[in-house]
Design a protein around this ligand. Sequence first.
Ligand code: HEC
Ligand code: HEC
Ligand code: HEC
Ligand code: HEC
Length: 164
Amino acid sequence: MNYMRIFSLLCMISILCTVSTAQEYKYIGAAKCKMCHNKPEKGDQYKKWAEGPHAKAMEKLKGADATNPKCMKCHSTAASVDASLVETITVAEGVSCESCHGPGSAYKAISIMKDRAQSQARGLILPDEKVCKKCHNEESPNYKGFNFAEYSAKITHPDPTLAK
Ligand code: HEC
Ligand code: HEC
Ligand code: HEC
Ligand code: HEC
């Protein structure tokens, strides 16, 4: 194989890699989930989140901490992901739906969302303990320990119409 062929092969590989990054799921923010997940008869997940600790996580960072990436990476979904993946999510909304449920750009459409398998195939996550421990760990200066059952109960937002 001559050098030209190796070179063009490398070019192709790098183009393919760029294309697949461009197709990564993006972060749309809680306001977009709200339009569907604000129905009391389905558990109003938006309100439960908005009144809970995660939506207020950025308010806990005062002064210079509020712009310190070392703090923001756990206190803000938008700040924890690559800038190229930020669609309409804001830093101020703190630990948003998509830190736990995965970036929503490809599963947010109603035709996809109403089908659990299709949603999961497009990035929806039904989170387990591992997801929480990305942030609830000893790297946090205020770590208080983490008990999944206890902590989940404090932020629970079930949809009573959904089968498990
Ligand atoms: C266009 C409306 C719509 C939008 C926007 C939307 N959803 Fe949904 N979502 C639904 C519907 C419909 C269901 C199916 C359950 C139901 O009927 O209540 C669902 C189900 C879910 C489920 C449960 C899946 C399961 O099978 O247990 C999760 C989690 C979820 N949505 C998260 C989100 C998040 C996070 C966002 C924003 C990033 C979002 N949704 C945006 C309509 C929507
Ligand atoms: C590894 C993730 C992580 C990092 C990094 C992190 N935090 Fe936190 N922070 C958390 C979690 C999780 C909590 C909730 C406390 C708990 O229950 O363990 C929290 C809680 C807090 C609280 C509320 C404390 C309380 O007692 O209610 C403050 C204030 C805070 N963090 C400030 C900071 C500052 C300032 C930095 C940067 C120097 C920072 N955090 C970095 C994850 C993190
Ligand atoms: C801190 C993590 C976290 C955040 C933030 C979060 N969720 Fe969840 N969510 C969970 C967990 C854990 C479950 C339970 C998963 C299961 O049933 O297996 C869940 C379940 C759900 C369900 C399905 C309920 C059911 O009965 O099956 C919906 C719908 C949902 N979340 C929507 C949202 C929306 C919309 C937001 C933002 C407004 C949000 N969640 C924010 C962790 C989170
Ligand atoms: C992206 C980072 C992140 C993830 C992922 C995350 N959390 Fe948190 N969590 C935080 C931060 C930051 C706080 C502190 C917010 C505050 O004090 O307002 C917090 C606070 C809490 C609190 C309140 C603790 C207290 O001291 O009152 C509970 C409960 C909680 N989280 C449960 C969970 C559960 C359950 C999961 C997984 C399903 C989870 N969290 C996933 C960052 C995260």
